[in-house]
Each structure stands twice: as C-alpha cells, then as structure tokens.
Design a protein around this ligand. Structure first.
Ligand code: CMC
Length: 448
C-alpha cells in the first residue's frame, strides 16, 4: 500500500544503526544462527528476531510481552532501574515544573517544543474545536443513570468517527490527519465533563473558549447554569501537572493497544477509543480509582494497615495493594515522586485534611519496610497519589481514570502517528498451540 501521510516539522532523533559487530548467536538443533542486535540512543539493546521464524522455524514465547520490544520509538525514554522518564529527551521533572500541558502535547505529537507562533496555532486550533456536535448529546439519553464515565467516554470517542467520516482513512495528507488530532484534543475534555454531568443528572455545560485548556475543563466539570465556578490557580496548576505526568509512558497496555488497533489501518478515533478501554482496567489506569476505593475500605474496616498489608502478601488472597508495583519501574516511579510533593502542596494550600491520606501514608511506610515488597521491588506508583489530589480538587472517584485518559491522549496520538509514519505492519502475534490434536467430529446423538 502506498502511504501519502506526510508529517511536517518532525525532527525526532533517528535510531542508530546497530554496529555491524553486534550480533547475537543462537544455537538451535545443533545449528548456529546470527541475529542482529539493535542499539537504542540510550544504549538499550534488543535482539532483532524479525526473521527468526523464517530462518529457524521457531517463534519466541513471551506472555505479557515482558521482554519484547514491539517497536522502535523516539517519543519517550524510560529506565525502570534508575527511575528515569523523558519526553523527547526532556526529563519529566523539568517538564512537570515549567511546561503547560498543551506545550507538552505539542512536543509529543510534533517532536519538538513549540515556538510561540507554533503554540499559538496549536492552542487556537484546539480552542476552535471544543464544541461537540449537538447530535452526540442524544447518545447520553441512552446511557443508564450512573453509567461509568470510562464506558461512556470510550463509546463517545468511537462515535466521533461517524461524525467525521473523512477520518476513516488514516493515509491522508498530514493537514487532514492533524485536524483529527486537534479535534480529539479539543473535544475529549468536553466529552469527559459531559459524561460526568450526565452521570449525576446535571445539565451539560458548554465550553468557554476564553479559558485555558485546564480552566475550561474545570469549568465544564463544576460550573452550573446557576453557578459560576471560579477556578482556583492551585487547582489549575495541580491539574496541569497531573495531565503532564500522564501524557506518555512508552509501550504500555493502552498505548500498545492504540498502536495495535491502528496497525490494521483503523482510524484514529477508534484506536483512541480502544486505548481508553485498555486503560480502564485496575491493573493499568483504573488503579487510581482502585487506590481510593482500597483506602476507603481500609478506613471503614478500622484502619488496621498491617492487616491489609498481610492480605496483600497472602498468596491465597486475591487482594493486592493497589498503587504499588510497576511493570518497568523497579526502583521508584519518578512520576510518583513529583506527584507526592504536589499532593502535599495541594492539600496544604487548600487546607484539606483527608483521613484517607493518613492511611495512604501509613500504608506506604509499612509496605516500604516490609521484606515482601522490598524483595519484589514494589514501590508506590503514579496512581497511589493521583487519586488523592483528584479527590482534593473535587473530582469524583469514577472520573479518576477519565482524568488519566485526558492526560494520556497526546501520548496515544503521538504513538499512533509514529506507527503510521514508520509504516509498521499489522500487529499479529504468534502462539504456541496447546489444544487437542486432530480428531473426528462426533455427532450429538453419540456424545452420551
Ligand atoms: N500487591 C501485592 N503483591 C504484588 C503487587 C501488589 N500491588 N504487585 C506485584 N505483586 C507481586 C506479585 O504477586 C508477584 O509476586 P510473586 O513473585 O511472589 O508471584 C510479584 O510481585 C511480581 O508481580 P507481577 O504481577 O508478576 O508483576 P507485573 O510486572 O506483571 O505487574 C502490576 C505489574 C502494575 C500490574 C502489578 O504490580 C500490580 O498489579 N499492581 C497493582 C495495580 C497498580 O497499581 N497498577 C498501576 C500501574 S501504574 C499506572 C500505569 O502506568 O498503568
């Protein structure tokens, strides 16, 4: 297939070609094979097995893709051993301290920090697209009261493809695809806030385009036709930081889902909708909701933290400490470090004393000293604290994962764009079949 997709302004670092001397030797059935080694710009190494099945007849088996590099990517670098996270080479600590969420979104999607002119163009385009088609409001009438906003958001984003049928072909000139990206960035906060309003039986608030991205979202969430919500700069800052910290995280479950769905040449709206569905699970983005529910449960049970730590360690008990552990961070989660501080700041500035936070602090203290957690390198992750901030700024628990999705959106868009630009093949893993051998069909009457 010929791809006509052209990305302007893309200046990401190119991958180094592997030094010719670096190969891996594999001995199978007495025969030796040489496989190329790919070296990334931070010296991470991979054995390139793209031809493995052709030359050996073998595939690799890696449940959960714990050791599988699914792509070459120049968007985000993270080192789980040392707790490093960079967006396009910029450390998360600097980005979270100094940037705005839209600047970060631009950086992720276009590859470089924007100039003032570029940022103005991006911001005003997003401002101009915040309204959602009025016909979409009718969908809300069909959802039951109390519908989980993640289910609603995922469906509404998938439905956007029906309102913009020109988006169905992902191989169009960049200007057209760019419009889809801007529409998504602009309309997702509107749809997210609408999902919340509908779930609590309140009237939908229209966007106010004189507001910044984050102010506008807070306005749509909390204002009413009878009540003007005044945005507290402390709340606005905290939200900006939270969105930035969630903006990308290389090849995790939802991002890989976005790339996988997109690899079949499905459109960007459906790819993002699938990403939202993948994020929803409590082992991924849904953990922020699960953390607060867990802390509430511990509180209601009398606050005996040691008892719950023991439950998490008990292999016969399915309970896990939500907000602890990470597939790649085995030292600390750099996002959790930043968020922990932001959490203290927000609670102090807003003068909130949250008993759930006291339980969180006790839990952290006990778990960090416990041999089980130390041995397995289980540390608090980003979701351990994010829920406490969301709660402090008035976001209802069921919306927490929606907040994660809002933050992750530019990362998903950037990853989808990169996948298209790199002309990646359709994602289609292999398997090792462990079922029955060939047998003859037995008619129903003879099956006993
Ligand atoms: N509580 C108790 N034990 C745990 C926990 C936990 N939260 N996490 C891992 N373990 C144990 C697990 O039982 C296993 O023990 P053993 O070796 O004795 O069998 C060992 O630690 C390794 O766990 P794993 O499940 O093989 O690790 P994984 O890399 O497959 O899973 C994880 C990573 C994040 C899914 C897992 O740590 C977990 O379920 N954490 C709680 C959910 C959570 O907070 N998720 C949010 C992740 S951060 C947001 C995001 O980026 O998605």
């Amino acid at each position: 297939m010929t791809r006509t997709y052209i990305a302007p302004n893309f200046q990401g670092t190119l991958f180094r070609n592997p030094p010719m001397s670096e190969t891996a030797k594999l001995i199978l059935d007495g025969k030796e094979y040489e496989l190329p080694v790919v070296v990334g710009s931070e010296n991470e190494k991979a054995i390139d097995i793209t031809k493995l099945r052709d030359i050996t007849g073998y595939v690799t088996l890696d449940s959960g893709y714990k050791n599988t590099g699914a792509t070459k990517s120049n968007i985000t670098f993270l080192d789980g051993e040392t707790g490093i996270l960079w967006y396009r080479g910029y450390p998360i600590e600097q980005i979270a301290e100094y940037a705005t969420f839209l600047e970060v979104a631009y950086l992720l999607i276009y590859g470089e920090l924007p100039t003032e002119k570029e940022l103005n163009y991006f911001t005003s385009s997003i401002r101009n697209h915040t309204l959602v088609h009025e016909d979409m409001k009718r969908f809300y009438e069909a959802y039951p009261t109390g519908a989980h906003p993640m289910g609603v958001l995922s469906s509404m984003i998938a439905s956007m493809s029906t309102f913009y049928p020109e988006s169905l072909n992902p191989n169009r000139p960049f200007k057209d695809i760019e419009l889809t990206m801007h529409r998504l960035m602009a309309k997702m906060p509107t749809l997210a806030a609408q999902a919340h309003k509908v779930s609590i039986g309140h009237p939908i608030m229209y966007p106010k385009n004189s507001y910044s991205y984050t102010e506008n979202f807070l306005h749509m969430m909390f204002a009413l036709p009878t009540f003007d919500y005044e945005v507290d700069p402390v709340v606005d800052d905290a939200l900006n930081k939270l969105l930035i910290l969630h903006a990308d995280h290389e090849q995790n479950c939802s991002t890989s889902t976005v790339r996988m769905v997109g690899s079949s040449q499905s459109n960007l709206y459906s790819s993002i909708s699938a990403g939202i569905a993948a994020l929803w699970g409590p082992l991924h983005g849904g953990a922020n909701q699960a953390v607060i529910e867990m802390l509430e449960r511990i509180k209601a049970d009398g606050g005996d933290v040691a008892k719950w730590v023991a439950k998490a360690k008990d292999k016969n008990d399915s309970f896990r400490l939500m907000g602890f552990g990470h597939r790649v961070y085995k030292n600390f989660d750099p996002r959790a470090k930043i968020i922990k501080k932001a959490c203290d700041d927000v609670l102090n500035k807003l003068g909130i004393h949250d008993p759930v936070l006291d339980i969180a602090k006790q839990l952290e203290e006990v778990a960090l000293k416990d041999e089980y957690f130390v041995e397995r390198k289980l540390y608090p992750n980003v979701d351990f604290y994010s829920g406490i901030i969301y709660r402090a700024i008035g976001i209802p628990t069921e919306m927490f994962t929606v907040m994660f999705a809002l933050g992750r959106l530019p990362g998903w868009i950037a990853q989808w764009k990169e996948m298209i630009e790199q002309g990646e093949p359709i994602g289609r893993p292999r398997q090792i079949y462990t079922g029955a051998n060939l047998r003859d069909y037995v008619p129903l009457a003879k099956r006993g």
